[in-house]
Design a protein around this ligand. Structure first.
Ligand code: NI
Length: 231
Protein backbone atom coordinates (compact mmCIF):
# COMPACT_ATOMS: atom_id res chain seq x y z
CA UNK A 1 0.00 0.00 0.00
CA UNK A 2 1.23 3.49 -0.84
CA UNK A 3 -1.07 6.42 -0.09
CA UNK A 4 -0.45 10.10 -0.72
CA UNK A 5 -1.91 12.44 1.87
CA UNK A 6 -2.00 15.91 0.30
CA UNK A 7 -1.51 19.07 2.36
CA UNK A 8 -1.07 17.44 5.76
CA UNK A 9 0.72 20.66 6.68
CA UNK A 10 -0.24 24.13 5.44
CA UNK A 11 2.40 26.29 3.71
CA UNK A 12 2.59 28.38 6.92
CA UNK A 13 3.25 25.26 9.01
CA UNK A 14 5.95 24.13 6.57
CA UNK A 15 7.60 27.57 6.83
CA UNK A 16 7.43 27.38 10.63
CA UNK A 17 9.03 23.90 10.64
CA UNK A 18 11.74 24.97 8.21
CA UNK A 19 12.56 27.94 10.47
CA UNK A 20 12.96 25.62 13.48
CA UNK A 21 15.02 23.14 11.45
CA UNK A 22 17.32 25.85 10.11
CA UNK A 23 18.19 26.79 13.71
CA UNK A 24 18.66 23.16 14.85
CA UNK A 25 21.79 21.14 15.43
CA UNK A 26 22.14 18.25 12.97
CA UNK A 27 23.80 14.91 13.71
CA UNK A 28 24.68 11.85 11.64
CA UNK A 29 21.50 9.96 10.69
CA UNK A 30 23.10 6.64 11.64
CA UNK A 31 22.02 7.29 15.27
CA UNK A 32 18.56 5.79 14.64
CA UNK A 33 19.59 3.11 12.10
CA UNK A 34 20.08 -0.60 12.74
CA UNK A 35 23.40 -2.25 11.85
CA UNK A 36 22.54 -3.10 8.25
CA UNK A 37 20.83 0.18 7.40
CA UNK A 38 23.54 2.24 9.12
CA UNK A 39 25.87 1.18 6.31
CA UNK A 40 23.34 2.38 3.73
CA UNK A 41 22.36 5.63 5.43
CA UNK A 42 24.11 8.89 4.53
CA UNK A 43 22.09 11.83 5.83
CA UNK A 44 21.65 14.17 8.80
CA UNK A 45 19.00 14.26 11.53
CA UNK A 46 18.10 16.42 14.47
CA UNK A 47 18.29 14.56 17.82
CA UNK A 48 14.96 12.90 18.66
CA UNK A 49 14.65 14.65 22.02
CA UNK A 50 15.58 18.12 20.72
CA UNK A 51 12.90 20.67 21.72
CA UNK A 52 12.34 21.62 18.06
CA UNK A 53 11.72 17.95 17.18
CA UNK A 54 9.20 17.64 20.00
CA UNK A 55 7.37 20.83 18.97
CA UNK A 56 7.17 19.85 15.29
CA UNK A 57 6.31 16.26 16.26
CA UNK A 58 3.33 17.49 18.30
CA UNK A 59 2.19 19.61 15.36
CA UNK A 60 2.35 16.64 12.96
CA UNK A 61 0.66 14.22 15.38
CA UNK A 62 -2.14 16.75 15.88
CA UNK A 63 -2.66 17.10 12.13
CA UNK A 64 -2.63 13.32 11.67
CA UNK A 65 -5.29 12.92 14.35
CA UNK A 66 -7.65 15.15 12.37
CA UNK A 67 -6.85 13.71 8.93
CA UNK A 68 -9.57 11.32 7.70
CA UNK A 69 -7.45 9.85 4.92
CA UNK A 70 -4.62 9.01 7.32
CA UNK A 71 -7.06 7.50 9.81
CA UNK A 72 -8.76 5.38 7.16
CA UNK A 73 -5.55 4.17 5.51
CA UNK A 74 -3.53 3.49 8.65
CA UNK A 75 -6.06 2.59 11.36
CA UNK A 76 -3.28 3.80 13.62
CA UNK A 77 -2.90 2.50 17.16
CA UNK A 78 0.50 4.06 17.92
CA UNK A 79 2.56 6.63 16.04
CA UNK A 80 6.29 6.91 16.67
CA UNK A 81 7.28 10.51 17.55
CA UNK A 82 8.23 12.14 14.23
CA UNK A 83 11.94 12.43 13.41
CA UNK A 84 13.49 14.96 11.02
CA UNK A 85 16.22 14.49 8.46
CA UNK A 86 17.95 16.22 5.58
CA UNK A 87 19.88 15.12 2.55
CA UNK A 88 22.39 17.66 1.25
CA UNK A 89 24.07 17.26 -2.15
CA UNK A 90 25.76 13.86 -2.34
CA UNK A 91 23.67 12.29 0.46
CA UNK A 92 21.45 9.23 -0.06
CA UNK A 93 19.96 6.23 1.72
CA UNK A 94 20.60 2.97 -0.12
CA UNK A 95 18.07 0.15 -0.28
CA UNK A 96 17.09 -1.09 3.17
CA UNK A 97 14.20 -2.33 5.26
CA UNK A 98 13.04 -0.53 8.40
CA UNK A 99 13.40 -2.31 11.73
CA UNK A 100 10.22 -4.20 12.63
CA UNK A 101 10.14 -2.91 16.21
CA UNK A 102 11.23 0.48 17.46
CA UNK A 103 11.60 1.58 21.06
CA UNK A 104 10.30 4.89 22.26
CA UNK A 105 12.48 5.72 25.26
CA UNK A 106 10.89 6.95 28.50
CA UNK A 107 12.28 10.44 27.75
CA UNK A 108 10.00 10.57 24.69
CA UNK A 109 6.87 9.00 26.16
CA UNK A 110 6.92 10.84 29.48
CA UNK A 111 6.32 7.47 31.18
CA UNK A 112 7.53 3.95 30.56
CA UNK A 113 9.34 3.06 27.35
CA UNK A 114 7.01 1.81 24.61
CA UNK A 115 7.55 -0.61 21.74
CA UNK A 116 6.09 0.27 18.35
CA UNK A 117 5.67 -2.38 15.64
CA UNK A 118 6.41 -0.58 12.38
CA UNK A 119 3.52 -1.59 10.12
CA UNK A 120 3.69 1.54 7.98
CA UNK A 121 6.38 4.12 7.23
CA UNK A 122 5.63 7.82 6.73
CA UNK A 123 7.49 10.70 5.12
CA UNK A 124 6.27 14.31 5.29
CA UNK A 125 8.03 16.42 2.67
CA UNK A 126 9.30 19.79 3.89
CA UNK A 127 11.06 20.98 0.71
CA UNK A 128 9.38 21.77 -2.59
CA UNK A 129 10.55 19.55 -5.48
CA UNK A 130 11.76 22.61 -7.46
CA UNK A 131 14.32 23.34 -4.75
CA UNK A 132 16.36 20.13 -5.12
CA UNK A 133 17.30 17.49 -7.68
CA UNK A 134 17.43 13.78 -6.91
CA UNK A 135 16.26 12.76 -3.44
CA UNK A 136 13.37 10.60 -4.69
CA UNK A 137 11.95 8.10 -2.23
CA UNK A 138 11.74 4.81 -4.13
CA UNK A 139 9.51 2.10 -2.65
CA UNK A 140 9.87 -1.42 -4.00
CA UNK A 141 6.92 -3.80 -3.80
CA UNK A 142 5.49 -6.66 -5.85
CA UNK A 143 4.10 -4.13 -8.35
CA UNK A 144 7.56 -2.66 -9.02
CA UNK A 145 9.41 0.52 -8.01
CA UNK A 146 7.38 3.59 -7.03
CA UNK A 147 9.12 6.96 -7.11
CA UNK A 148 7.79 9.52 -4.67
CA UNK A 149 8.68 13.22 -4.58
CA UNK A 150 5.86 15.38 -3.25
CA UNK A 151 5.19 19.08 -2.65
CA UNK A 152 6.18 20.44 0.75
CA UNK A 153 3.43 19.66 3.27
CA UNK A 154 2.35 16.44 1.56
CA UNK A 155 2.90 13.05 3.15
CA UNK A 156 3.30 9.52 1.86
CA UNK A 157 2.24 6.49 3.89
CA UNK A 158 3.58 3.12 2.71
CA UNK A 159 4.01 -0.42 3.93
CA UNK A 160 7.04 -0.76 6.17
CA UNK A 161 7.38 -4.32 4.88
CA UNK A 162 8.72 -2.92 1.58
CA UNK A 163 12.35 -2.29 0.76
CA UNK A 164 13.02 1.34 -0.10
CA UNK A 165 15.75 3.90 -0.72
CA UNK A 166 16.31 7.61 -1.22
CA UNK A 167 18.31 8.49 -4.33
CA UNK A 168 21.27 10.85 -4.02
CA UNK A 169 20.50 14.55 -3.89
CA UNK A 170 22.47 16.30 -6.65
CA UNK A 171 21.35 19.91 -6.03
CA UNK A 172 19.89 21.69 -3.03
CA UNK A 173 18.83 20.00 0.19
CA UNK A 174 15.86 17.74 0.89
CA UNK A 175 14.26 18.14 4.35
CA UNK A 176 11.56 15.89 5.70
CA UNK A 177 9.95 14.28 8.68
CA UNK A 178 9.77 10.50 8.96
CA UNK A 179 8.13 8.13 11.43
CA UNK A 180 6.25 4.86 11.74
CA UNK A 181 2.75 3.69 12.56
CA UNK A 182 1.60 0.59 14.37
CA UNK A 183 -1.84 -0.21 12.99
CA UNK A 184 -4.74 -1.72 14.90
CA UNK A 185 -4.89 -4.15 11.97
CA UNK A 186 -1.65 -6.07 11.78
CA UNK A 187 -2.43 -8.00 8.61
CA UNK A 188 -1.53 -5.85 5.62
CA UNK A 189 -4.09 -7.38 3.25
CA UNK A 190 -6.89 -6.97 5.80
CA UNK A 191 -5.87 -3.34 6.36
CA UNK A 192 -5.94 -2.72 2.64
CA UNK A 193 -9.40 -4.33 2.27
CA UNK A 194 -10.76 -2.09 5.03
CA UNK A 195 -9.29 1.03 3.40
CA UNK A 196 -10.80 0.07 0.05
CA UNK A 197 -14.20 -0.63 1.62
CA UNK A 198 -14.17 2.58 3.66
CA UNK A 199 -13.20 4.66 0.61
CA UNK A 200 -16.10 3.17 -1.40
CA UNK A 201 -18.58 3.69 1.45
CA UNK A 202 -17.55 7.34 1.92
CA UNK A 203 -17.99 7.92 -1.82
CA UNK A 204 -21.42 6.24 -1.78
CA UNK A 205 -22.50 8.33 1.22
CA UNK A 206 -21.66 11.49 -0.72
CA UNK A 207 -23.53 10.47 -3.86
CA UNK A 208 -26.50 8.60 -2.35
CA UNK A 209 -26.74 9.59 1.30
CA UNK A 210 -27.24 7.08 4.11
CA UNK A 211 -29.40 4.61 2.22
CA UNK A 212 -30.28 1.21 3.71
CA UNK A 213 -27.49 -0.34 1.63
CA UNK A 214 -24.93 2.24 2.76
CA UNK A 215 -25.84 1.55 6.39
CA UNK A 216 -25.49 -2.21 5.75
CA UNK A 217 -22.06 -1.74 4.16
CA UNK A 218 -21.02 0.51 7.06
CA UNK A 219 -22.09 -2.28 9.41
CA UNK A 220 -20.01 -4.74 7.41
CA UNK A 221 -16.99 -2.41 7.65
CA UNK A 222 -17.28 -2.16 11.42
CA UNK A 223 -17.85 -5.87 11.86
CA UNK A 224 -14.73 -6.65 9.84
CA UNK A 225 -12.79 -4.05 11.86
CA UNK A 226 -14.09 -5.63 15.08
CA UNK A 227 -12.93 -9.03 13.81
CA UNK A 228 -9.46 -7.91 12.69
CA UNK A 229 -8.48 -5.05 15.00
CA UNK A 230 -6.51 -5.07 18.22
CA UNK A 231 -7.18 -2.17 20.52
NI1 NI B 1 13.62 3.44 5.78
Amino acid sequence: MLVRIPSLLTPEEVTHCRGLLSRSDWVDGKVTAGGQSAKAKHNLQIPENAPAAREMGELILGKLGRNELFTSASLAMKVFPPLFNRYDAGMSFDTHIDNAIRFMPASLTGGASVRVRTDMSCTVFLTNPADYDGGELVVLDTFGAHQVKLPAGDMVLYSASSRHHVTAVTRGSRWSSFFWVQSMVRDEAARQHLFELDTAIQSLRKSQGDTVEVVRLTGLYHNLLRRWADS
